[in-house]
Design a binder for this molecule. Structure first.
Ligand SMILES: CC(C)(COP(=O)(O)OP(=O)(O)OC[C@H]1O[C@@H](n2cnc3c(N)ncnc32)[C@H](O)[C@@H]1OP(=O)(O)O)[C@@H](O)C(=O)NCCC(=O)NCCS
Length: 220
C-alpha cells in the first residue's frame, strides 16, 4: 500500500478517491489544489494543501500523487499539473479497475485511470495521464497517447492512433487505422472514418424533434 495525495477536489477527484479507496492498495490521505482554490472544498473530509506547498507537507519520497482533473482546456490543465507534479519528484500512480479487461502485455503509463468495464485488446499502448471512462473500448494494436480523455462507450477500433490531448466523447466510433490528431475533440456519438485535423472539433448529427408529442405515438 502507498499513501497518495490527489490533485483536485472536484468530481474527478471524488471519483478517484472512491476508486482508489475501494479498489486499489493505495490510501488517499490528502488533496491539493492551486493556492487560490483552497476554499473550493474537499473530498471525503481530507486535508487540503496548496499545491505550491504540497512537497513540504507530503514529501515525494514518502507519498505518491494522482492528478485528478478532467478535460478542462482540452486536457491541457491536467497535463500542466501532471508535469509540475513530476518535476517535484512525485511518482504518479495509475489506477486500473479490477473490473476492466486488460490483456497481458498491454503497456499503460503513469497517472492513468482505467475504469470498470473498459476493454483493452492485446498489443495496445496507452500513454501517461490518460483517462479511460467506464465501458470504453480500445482495439488491438492501437496506440493512445498522453493526456487523452476517452469517455464511456467510445469505441476505438484496431490499429488506430489517438494522439496526445485528444478528447473522445461518449459513444463515438473511431474507424480502424485512423489517426485522431492531437487535441482533436470528438463529440458524443460522432463516427470518425478519416484522420482528423489537429485541434479539430467533430460532432454527430443531432437527433430530430418530431412534430408530435410522445402521447400521440401510436405504439407507446
Ligand atoms: C462537441 C462538444 C464537445 C461541444 O461541447 P461544448 O464545448 O460544451 O460546446 P456546446 O455544446 O455549447 O457547442 C458549441 C457549439 O457547437 C454546436 N454543436 C454542439 N454539438 C453539435 C452537434 N452535435 N451538431 C451540431 N452542432 C453542435 C452548438 O450548437 C454550439 O453552437 P452555438 O455556439 O452556435 O450555440 C459536445 O457537443 C459534445 O459532444 N461533448 C461530449 C459529451 C460527452 O461525451 N461527455 C462525456 C464526458 S464524461
Amino acid at each position: 500500500m502507498s499513501a497518495l495525495v490527489l490533485f483536485g477536489t472536484g468530481s474527478i477527484a471524488r471519483m478517484a478517491h472512491h476508486l482508489f479507496t475501494h479498489d486499489s492498495p493505495h490510501d488517499v490521505v490528502a488533496c491539493s489544489v492551486d493556492r487560490d482554490h483552497l476554499d473550493d472544498g474537499t473530498v471525503a473530509g481530507l486535508p487540503v494543501v496548496a499545491f505550491e506547498e504540497v512537497a513540504t507537507a507530503y514529501p515525494p519520497d514518502q507519498f505518491g500523487m494522482f492528478v485528478a482533473v478532467g478535460f478542462r482546456r482540452v486536457n491541457r490543465f491536467r497535463a500542466a499539473r501532471y508535469a509540475q507534479a513530476k518535476a517535484m519528484g512525485y511518482d504518479l500512480v495509475t489506477y486500473v479497475s479490477s473490473r476492466a479487461s486488460i490483456w497481458p502485455g498491454v503497456e499503460i503509463g503513469d497517472n492513468t485511470m482505467v475504469m470498470d468495464q473498459v476493454i483493452v485488446n492485446p498489443f495496445v499502448r496507452i500513454g501517461n495521464d490518460t483517462i479511460l471512462w467506464s465501458g470504453s473500448h480500445v482495439g488491438h494494436e492501437s496506440v493512445v497517447g498522453d493526456h487523452c480523455f476517452i469517455s464511456s462507450h467510445a469505441a476505438v477500433s484496431g490499429f488506430a492512433t489517438i494522439e496526445d490531448g485528444a478528447f473522445l466523447g461518449t459513444n463515438c466510433t473511431i474507424r480502424d487505422g485512423i489517426t485522431v490528431a492531437r487535441e482533436s475533440v470528438i463529440g458524443a456519438g460522432a463516427v470518425i472514418s478519416r484522420d482528423t485535423r489537429q485541434g479539430g472539433v467533430y460532432t454527430a448529427p443531432q437527433a430530430t424533434l418530431l412534430p408530435l408529442a410522445s402521447d400521440r405515438l401510436p405504439s407507446l
